[in-house]
Design a binder for this molecule. Structure first.
Ligand code: ATP
Length: 578
């Protein structure tokens, strides 16, 4: 599908308005012919023919026609603008929908600034093309062709003299188009890099300040800013090479008209009125010539933007999400069967190797292991944020690939290691996974997560709006709100990834006690570095470099006196623990 059939999919929804706008555009183009024709009558019949009584009616018709044409032109301009805005709206909706469908893999490899550039600058370039450039291109083509026909009817010799210049104009326009094509793609890429740089700097502003690296960041920004400026200047240089030439050729038509036309009038092969009419039609010929350079640039800008937008829209998620209204209630019996995993960008490096274990519904699994051992990756496979590269994950005896992804995820609540809170009230953040939860339920879940006490102490309590990403809250507070959010979803599978790492031991013990009461019916995964977080689990997996090196209950693992035992010993700071 090329860019035009793609954009047509959006435009065809407004076919009625497009037809009406095109009809008005055509009508305007026809009416344009009349005034120069009336001018010729004014000269030949009124002035030279002395028919004074025609003067007022002709002038009145010319004024009336100009007014009518202005209204018509304004009307279709408004229509094209409206079509552009509607297209833009639908385009943004589709892009946003797509972003929601895309998986972790896409976001791992795409910069936020690049996505934002597509959502803003690129969509705006498409809108501009639909709202403005499209009808200007059509007008230019119609005016140009009409002018040739009418001029040919008035005097074909003069018409041919003018048209002789047009091949040169087309050659120049084609060259401009060819040269500016890569320039606009480069501008687009540079804009994306600039955007990403700014986005990263704002997101990481605390790190920048903490390391006093403002100057370094400023230099980095200047480099990107200069690059963007330079690429725009390069593109302008290409235009500067062609636009004055096109302007010159368009202007030379006036000289040709006066020269050849004057000669024909003197030789009485043309009347003065006809020459005036010819001159009146001249703008229909040279206006498109003047516009062609700008329109070529608009077209190239549109191509570059459409390319980027389509790259996003046609991106196929590795794990596609389909809309399905049905609900699925899983019990939470989980089995990993010979599961191995590597990321798509590094197939030679297995992050998980031959993972085998099974747990029954209601059990708690503790996962410990050194940083980078693959703990988060393992639990990410349960909600299909990634699919195993080998082996299978089964829930209630069925491969999770056989469940609709959204329904599967509705049964899972995850407290991620990197806590993210929306800039919204605490209530809305906690109720994010369960919009039907009432205030009392939310409060109860916050109590279990030991968050109620600090939330209640805030002046606005649960109505407090937290800053972007939870700014204004401590790490431990964010973790507790995030835990309350997962609990409020009331899932059959609960995954806690380092959820209490930022809270003190005493608070952790309190949370664990409360949690143990409500997680009896849930299959719970607890990833932790502290043994105290997992010691009550029904099954503890010790992970090392992506492999399970030990498994069992706390008692069994301590008895084994292996890796787990060593860690336990170190954490307690004791010798000879048994
Ligand atoms: N998106 C990614 N692309 C490539 N490699 C990744 C990606 N995410 C994680 N890794 C790598 O996978 C390995 C396991 O990461 P994982 O986050 O699962 O470890 P972890 O045991 O949870 O560590 P921690 O205790 O520090 O959270 C690490 O070596 C990490 O560098």
């Amino acid at each position: 599908m090329n860019h035009f059939s793609w954009i047509w999919n959006y435009l065809k929804k407004h076919i009625a308005m497009i037809i009406l706008a095109l009809f008005l555009l055509l009508l305007n183009s026809i009416l344009v012919i009349i005034n120069p024709y009336l001018s010729s009558i004014l000269i030949d019949d009124v002035i030279y023919g002395q028919q004074d009584d025609l003067l007022v009616p002709i002038l009145a018709t010319m004024i009336g026609l100009t007014l009518f044409r202005t209204i018509i032109r304004y009307s279709y301009q408004v229509m094209f603008d409206s079509i552009g805005q509607r297209t833009l709206f639908k385009l943004r909706q589709d892009m946003y929908q797509k972003l929601n469908e895309l998986d972790f893999d896409y976001f791992n490899h795409t910069r936020v600034g690049d996505i934002m550039a597509r959502m803003t600058g690129d969509t705006e370039a498409v809108r501009h093309f639909v709202s403005w450039s499209s009808y200007n291109i059509l007008e230019s083509i119609i005016w140009f062709l009409t002018a040739i026909v009418i001029m040919g009817l008035i005097n074909w010799q003069l018409m041919l003299a003018l048209v002789a210049v047009t091949p040169l104009i087309f050659i120049l326009a084609m060259n401009l188009s060819k040269e500016s094509h890569p320039a606009f793609y480069e501008i687009r890429e540079s804009f994306s890099r600039l955007n990403s740089m700014v986005e990263e700097n704002i997101g990481g502003n605390r790190v920048v300040k903490a390391f006093a690296r403002e100057e370094y960041e400023k230099e980095k920004f200047t480099r990107h800013n200069l690059d963007y400026k330079q690429r725009n200047l390069d593109s302008a240089k290409i235009s500067q090479k062609y636009l004055p030439l096109l302007e010159f050729l368009a202007s030379i038509l006036n000289v040709i008209t006066l020269l050849v036309g004057g000669f024909l009038v003197i030789r009485q092969q043309m009347t003065l009125g006809e020459l005036v009419a010819f001159n009146g039609y001249l703008w229909m010929l040279n206006n498109p010539m003047r516009m062609i350079g700008w329109l070529v640039n608009d077209y190239q800008r549109f191509l570059a933007a459409a390319h980027k937008i389509r790259q996003l829209l046609y991106r196929k998620p590795q794990i596609p999400i389909k809309n399905d209204e049905n609900t699925l209630e899983l019990k939470g019996n989980i089995e990993f069967k010979q599961v191995s995993f590597h990321f798509s960008d590094d197939p030679s490096h297995n992050i998980l190797t031959n993972i085998n274990f099974s747990v029954n519904s209601g059990m708690t699994v503790g996962i410990i292991g050194e940083t980078g051992a693959g703990k988060s990756t393992l639990v990410n496979l349960i909600g299909r944020y990634y699919d195993p590269t080998e082996g299978n994950v089964l829930i209630d005896g069925i491969d999770i690939k056989d469940y609709p992804v959204r329904q599967l995820r509705e049964n899972i609540a995850m407290v991620m290691q990197d806590v993210f809170l929306f800039s919204n009230t605490i209530t809305d953040n906690i109720a994010f996974g369960n919009p039907f939860a009432d205030g009392e339920y939310i409060r109860n879940m916050a109590k279990i997560a030991d968050a109620d006490s600090f939330i209640s102490q805030m002046p606005l309590g649960y109505d407090t709006i937290v800053g972007e990403r939870g700014v204004g809250l401590s790490g431990g507070q964010k973790q507790r709100i995030s835990l309350a959010r997962a609990l409020t979803k009331n899932p059959s599978i609960l995954i806690l990834d380092d959820t209490t790492s930022a809270v003190d031991m005493e608070t952790e013990a309190k949370i664990q006690l409360e949690l143990s009461r409500m997680t009896q019916t849930k299959t719970t995964f607890i990833i932790a570095h502290r043994i105290s977080s997992v010691r009550e689990a029904d099954l503890i997996l010790v992970l090392d470099k992506g492999e399970i090196i030990e498994r069992g209950t706390h008692g069994e693992l301590v008895e084994k006196r292996g890796h787990y035992y060593d860690v336990y010993q170190r954490q307690l700071g004791l010798e000879g623990v048994s």
